[in-house]
Each structure stands twice: as C-alpha cells, then as structure tokens.
Design a binder for this molecule. Structure first.
Ligand code: CU1
Ligand code: CU1
Length: 276
C-alpha cells in the first residue's frame, strides 16, 4: 500500500530512503529517461496543435500517470518509498526543511545558481544534469527569485470552480478548474508559478532534473483528488472526441493503453496520509 505523505512529516529515515532511491535511479540511467520524456512533451504541447501533457485537459491525468510510473521505479529500488508532496501553501520559504541539506538541498549560489549543498549538489558527484537545455551540468535553483508561491486562498478559489475544463481546451480556457490549477489563467499562476519560484531547471521543459518536480506535482495531484471529492458530479471534460486534445476515453501518449478515464481513481495506486 503506497501512502503519499506531506514531506514536512517525513522522518529522517524516510527522507534518507527517498533520496537514496532517487540517486540509484540516477546512477542506473533510469532517472534521465523521465526527464527526456517530459521535455519531449513540453516541446510538442502547443495551444493550437495536438497537446497531451500541458495546456490541455489531460494535464492532470498525464502527470498522474507520469508520477505513478516514477513512483513504481523508485519502489523497484526500495519498496518502502512513496512520493512525498510539497504543500507550498504552508512551507513557503527557502528556510523550509524541504530545502535542508538532509533532503533536497537549498537555493543556488548567486553567481550561477548552482546548488551547493546536499546530495544533489554537483560537487557530490551523484547528480550530473545531462538532459539539459544548455551545457551547464549542474542543478540550478533561485528560490524566490521570481514568481510566487500561491496561497491557501488561491487554492480554495481554484477548488471552488465546478467545471473541469472548457473550450478552447488550452491555456486560454476560462472558468476551467484545470487551467486555473495549471496556472495559465487567474492571478495566482498556481502550478506554473511554483516552477518559476524555484527557478533553474524547474522553469524549463527539463524540470524533472530537479527532484522537487515530483513533490510539487504530487501536491498538484492531491489538489485534483480534493477537487474530485468536492465535485462528485463534475467529470473529466471533454467527454466526447475533440480535435487535438485527449477526451475522456482517448489514448494518452506516450502510453498506448492509458486514458484519462483510467486515471480518475487514484486510490487504485496510492492514498494520501491526510484528507483535507
Ligand atoms: Cu509537466
Ligand atoms: Cu509542472
């Protein structure tokens, strides 16, 4: 049984085992295949063309599936590990324990944004960034340098939206829970703004180079689950075939056998430590 916990509640042992599993996936080259896949979808997801992973209704089920695959890879290394989530409405500063040297390490130095502490620092030798948009081979962050962390009020406003998604099913969709949570509409910028707040690789298509990617998306996924529980009569949309986007029973690339409908019940795969 996989239980995803708030990262602030992890024991020292749980943090160590999670970090060790990340490092083993990196060492065995499995980690970077996830970075490559994510970047390929970012590059091909456009507002006017076929879109699957981002700026489209399947943003949430696509990332749910992506995280499940990654979590299963971690569990092949250490069956006790589950993805933790980062509740940035509560842990909102660069001094939060998530950024301590015993977990993800902190912000980058001013000169080149290079993360210098913890086990993901380049100098540790364990975390070479090889799938990159430029030649710098180190993990970069600039915590709080731009963007903002959304507040509980921002989250509540998104969770109040009753419609899952709306035409034109892209980054312009108004009155859409998905688009508000993804962060293209609304003042808070929700999901997108957190990527910008972390800075470095998190602002790019190769964002999974930063292990915080998984904790951020685990929280986005938890918010989707909360929205589903709050609006039991509001289903995934579009329900019928629609050009360029994945409808309820459409196939989500890169998988051949996964549809949004298959991803609606996360409890088949994991639960959360608390229900909010
Ligand atoms: Cu993504
Ligand atoms: Cu993201």
């Amino acid at each position: 049984m996989t239980v995803r916990k708030n990262q602030s509640q992890l024991s020292a042992t749980e943090k160590r085992r999670f970090v060790n599993a990340l490092l083993e996936l990196k060492r065995s080259n499995r980690y970077d295949t996830f970075v490559t896949t994510h970047n390929a979808f970012i590059m091909s997801d456009t507002d006017s063309g076929r879109r699957v992973g981002h700026r489209s209704p399947s943003f949430l089920p696509w990332h749910r599936r992506f995280l499940i695959e990654f979590e299963q890879a971690l569990q092949s290394v250490d069956p006790s590990v589950a993805l933790p989530y980062w509740d940035w409405t509560k842990d909102r500063t660069a001094a939060s324990s998530i950024w301590a040297a015993d977990f993800l390490g902190g912000t980058g130095r001013s000169r080149d944004e290079q993360v210098m502490d913890g086990r993901f620092a380049f100098s540790s030798g364990n975390w070479p960034v090889t799938v990159n948009t430029d030649t710098r081979g180190f993990l970069r962050r600039n915590l709080g340098g731009a963007g903002r962390l959304p507040t509980q009020a921002d989250v509540d406003a998104a969770l109040d939206i009753t419609t899952y998604d709306t035409s034109p099913w892209n980054s312009a969709s108004a009155g859409s829970f998905r688009n508000t949570l993804e962060g293209w509409r609304g003042r808070s910028g929700l999901h997108n703004s957190v990527h910008v707040w972390v800075g470095g690789q998190m602002t790019s298509g190769v964002s999974p180079n930063d292990p915080v990617f998984w904790l951020h998306h685990a929280f986005i996924d938890k918010l989707w689950a909360q929205w589903q529980a709050r609006h039991p009569r509001s289903g995934y949309l579009p329900a019928v075939r629609t050009p360029d986007v994945v409808d309820l029973r459409g196939t989500m690339r890169p998988w051949n056998d996964v549809t949004p409908a298959d991803m609606l019940d996360h409890t088949r795969y994991y639960t959360f430590d608390t229900t909010a």
